[in-house]
Write a protein that binds this ligand. Sequence first.
Ligand code: NAP
Length: 259
Amino acid sequence: MDLEIKGRHALVCAASKGLGRACAMALAEDGVHLTLVARGREALEDTARMIRNLAGVTVEVVAADVTTDEGRARILAACPQPDILITNAGGPKPGNFREWSRDDWLAALDANMLAPIALIKATVDGMMERGFGRIVNITSAAVKAPIDILGLSNGARSGLTGFVAGLARSTVSRNVTINNLLPGPFTTDRLEATLRADAALSGRSYEEVVAQWKARNPAGRFGVPEEFGRTCAFLCSAHAGYINGQNLLLDGGAYPGTF
Ligand code: NAP
């Protein structure tokens, strides 16, 4: 299917690895030019080179921290008018809420609520003026079904979800949609860290934890980042203009509700 976004420009945050990189690759395969962001320059340059070779689109990189004002200023200076914005950042640390300080909570809010809102604020009006925009926030299945050791994520991402639920209704008449993608377990560095933390906190072996997480998913496996990226690209397509304000779970059916 032609997604009809060839020649558009996407700003993809936290894109040197994992789910962000998969979104960038899928968009590039559909002819979208990219500005990619991550803090570490080396992995970012590697990803950019790989995508340029694969898809022949222009790929700019900005080595910056999306959670800081200074980082976002440099990102937006490099890419002030994206047609497509994918917000993403590292997830908060796992643990027991009794051990988290106010600073831990502020860091989670900065990364997983306030940074996406700031990037949306800086770009959404331009999208509305130009009559096309697609904003996809990478959040987590934990927004719908909380994971006990990821309380910082459960809380901070729910704040973003509530905010964009309201905003999305005021942008769609100008062909600017805002949706959230809620990953369940996908094979990335982040998942491995979460599984290792679960093993450490529960006293079980890493292999035992992996087997248990897979077994409790109806698909019997973890998601593959490419599956996530292609879904993101479709939400960014010209055909998805009537999908708005949604929270789309990609979790193999793990969430047990009928709706
Ligand atoms: P990942 O494989 O660890 O990749 C994270 C990417 O984000 C890297 O490119 C990293 O590069 C970049 N990054 C992290 N913090 C950043 C920051 N402050 N500013 C700019 N770039 C930053 O993680 P992932 O699995 O793709 O996860 C992406 C998001 O989805 C996370 O928020 C995660 O919690 C959430 N999630 C993932 C899963 C899963 O199973 N994978 C499930 C639910 C939710 P640098 O470190 O160089 O900056």
